[in-house]
Design a protein around this ligand. Structure first.
Ligand code: ASP
Length: 340
């Protein structure tokens, strides 16, 4: 930590690295009132230069990891990003990381890092719903708040955090709930961890699930991630998509089930067939919140299905990808769903 003179006191300013991956926060448009824009065009230096106030909170360094709309996120960038975060946070002179990211898949990247990076130091993901050229863009204040959270001692041991719209969410819980609203991120099962208002951080909650420094998974051991698919359930469904996914090498399937994780009869049958072929099948819910109850409407023990606990289907997919790098033992993966 470097020393800075603030209000007559000698205070240590933390060293924060901003890793930029793209998204609307790095987007720009021809006009401040036109909603169409190109995501991932503004580089990390311009992002930092646009919010000089962050230098009052921390010593800032920036690095570009990718510059994409987060709908283009892939395993290769995840692995590169996680390795970068891991290497930086092992350095004594790095106190926290802020990752600028598109909002579409921010929740998945956050949860992936939450599972595989061993650290007690803060890792904060941040984005924007309005691009940098927009009237009343939210990017600058979101970035200021994200750096404030990463620089705050209370953020240690909290796991990976998502900071958007003055709120702090846990990676496991945060989800994008609205296509365009500034208030799109919510934690439907648990509520937000805290708030950050013009840089002032207040925490109220903490996750009890395993993450970061207590995780059994480690990016140091992960070279590739397996294919895992999500199958969305609906009335009058067919088993075509599930069967194709299995035929094309899917190692695990997450059902975005109706209600409490229910499938149409033909799909239920195909799920049972997939289990017999060694594919891990997890019943999740398309409702967006709640716990999927085992052996209630569906006899999970008989079919050999797992359930997603209260993870949404996109996060159940991430946990499966990571879990399968360590084991394909169904009972062990079942335990992971109770722990993470
Ligand atoms: N499609 C954009 C992205 O996820 C949306 C955003 O960043 O808000 O990169």
């Amino acid at each position: 930590m470097a020393l800075a003179l603030t209000s007559g006191l000698l205070l240590a300013k933390p060293n924060i690295v901003i890793l930029a991956t793209g998204g609307t926060i790095a987007g720009s448009s021809e006009s401040s009132t036109n909603s169409s824009y190109a995501a991932g065009v503004v580089g990390v230096d311009r992002l930092i230069a646009a919010v000089p106030e962050i230098k009052d909170i921390a010593n800032i360094k920036g690095k570009q990891v990718s510059n994409i709309g987060s709908q283009d996120m892939n395993d290769a960038i995840w692995l590169k990003l996680a390795k970068e975060v891991d290497t930086l946070l092992k350095q004594k002179d790095v106190d926290g990381i802020v990752i600028t990211h598109g909002t579409d898949t921010m929740e998945e990247t956050a949860y992936f890092l939450d599972l595989v990076v061993h650290t007690k130091k803060p890792i904060v993901l941040v984005g924007a719903m309005r691009n940098a050229s927009s009237m009343s863009s939210d990017g600058a204040l979101n970035l200021y708040n994200a750096v404030s959270v990463a620089a705050n001692k209370q953020s240690y041991k909290k796991g990976v955090l998502v900071v958007m719209n003055d709120e702090i969410h846990a990676a496991r819980e945060a989800t994008k709930t609205d296509t365009t609203s500034l208030n799109t991120f919510a934690s439907p099962n648990a509520g937000k961890l805290g708030t950050v208002y013009y840089g002032k951080v207040n925490y109220y909650m903490q996750s009890l699930r395993k993450h970061t420094y207590e995780s059994d998974f480690n990016i140091e051991d992960i070279k590739t991630l397996p294919r895992v698919d999500i199958i969305y359930a609906h009335p009058n469904d067919t088993s075509d998509l599930l069967e194709t996914a299995v035929k094309n090498g899917s190692k695990a399937i997450v059902l975005a089930g109706m209600g409490d994780g229910n499938a149409y009869p033909s799909v239920l049958k195909a799920m049972a067939e997939a289990v017999k072929k060694g594919v891990i099948v997890v019943r999740g819910s398309r409702t967006g919140s709640g716990y999927v109850v085992r052996n209630e409407e569906v006899n999970d023990d008989k079919y050999g299905f797992l359930t997603s606990d209260n993870l949404n289907v996109q996060k159940a997919r991430v946990l499966l990808q990571v879990a399968l790098t360590k084991t394909s033992d169904k009972e062990k993966i079942k335990e992971y769903f109770n722990e993470y």
